[in-house]
Design a protein around this ligand. Structure first.
Ligand code: AVI
Length: 319
């Protein structure tokens, strides 16, 4: 299918993160850790899509419901002729809930995965022939500029999914400050943020009965076996996810089921039985707590929508 997607080469080649170096550093720490960005190989991305469909994983469907209900209000705030800029656009699924109401003059999808980006923006262009569709392959978490030639009179950033929750609060504030300097005065930022709630609901969301989140977590070890010189055995580890109330975050770990020594790229790592690799944090906020963080980064809280149960929030911030 050849459709008019304007592709922008950002010249900011996504930072090549070395799996090897980062894993060796993380496994050498007192509390062993691995960055959650390493979850997302092909299989990890597929597993994440399946997590979003699990009955216990409320964030995706709740955010979609909020966006669908608030689309007209969001359109009113954004105004006519907006340029919608989706950060980490992936399958560009949630933005579809906004397009008819907002009728932006253009859409820019930014994603690190070039092929995925091209495929999903082409589909978007086919389904919304009136929309000018742009695609930029870039790591938006690094400092980047908006592509030249993009009409950016009324940009509205879109960062759904509570991906902001995977940064620790200081990094989240720094990231928002970076967006604040990227976006011109008068812009908006529409951002999805998961809310603090009872421990049972939170822990169920990261321990689904079908075991998809467990498979997602353990897939990290399969990835290490495929891409590094190691015979680490995923069968010797188990998934654990729990809510750390003091830090207001879900923590995911891989728990060693026995004392073992694992060699990776010639380095040996000792595990006690029960010792863990910390693989992800997913911070949860109150509406006010997130607004305060956004304020420290320079944004003004303009509006916020939640579902009736107060599970999830979508914020419209002004620059
Ligand atoms: C991508 N991110 C917002 C998800 C979350 O809920 O923190 C990743 C995830 N990890 C386990 N389940 C979902």
């Amino acid at each position: 299918m050849t459709l008019a997607v304007r592709f922008h080469d950002m010249h900011t080649t996504p930072a090549k993160t070395s799996l090897r170096d980062e894993i060796l550093t993380g496994f050498s720490a007192d509390q062993k850790f691995a960055s959650p960005k390493f979850f997302y190989d092909q299989r990890g991305s597929e597993l994440f899509d399946r997590i979003c469909e699990q009955p216990e994983y409320y964030p995706t469907r709740t955010e979609e419901r909020i966006l669908a209900n608030a689309a007209d209000d969001i359109a009113d705030i954004a105004g006519d002729e907006a340029t919608l800029i989706e950060l980490g656009s992936g399958a560009s699924r949630k933005v579809r809930l906004l397009l008819e109401a907002m009728r932006p003059s253009s859409y820019l999808g930014i994603d690190i995965s070039r092929d995925f980006l091209l495929e999903s923006t082409r589909r978007l262009a086919a389904d919304y022939p009136w929309l000018e569709v742009h695609a930029a392959c870039a790591d938006f978490s690094c400092n980047m500029a908006l592509p030249e030639g993009l009409c950016c009179e009324r940009p509205v950033g879109f960062f759904p999914g509570s991906s902001i929750g995977n940064f620790d609060p200081q990094a989240a504030e720094d990231f928002l400050r970076g967006l604040h300097s990227l976006l011109p005065v008068g812009s908006g930022l529409l951002i999805g943020v998961d809310l603090i709630k009872d421990k049972t609901t939170l822990e169920a969301a990261y321990n689904d009965a079908a075991g998809v989140t467990a498979a997602f977590n353990l897939n990290l070890l399969d990835r290490l076996r495929e891409e590094l010189n190691t015979e680490i055995d995923p069968g010797h580890f188990a998934h654990r996810a729990f809510f750390n109330e003091a830090q207001s975050r879900i923590e995911m770990h891989l728990v060693s089921q026995l004392p073992q020594v694992v060699a990776i790229e010639g380095e040996r790592f000792h595990f006690l039985e029960g010792e863990t690799i910390h693989t992800e944090n997913s911070y949860k906020y109150t509406v006010e707590g997130f607004q305060a963080l956004a304020d420290r980064a320079g944004f003004e809280a303009i509006s916020c929508w939640t579902d009736t149960q107060g599970l999830f929030s979508v914020h419209y911030l002004g620059r």
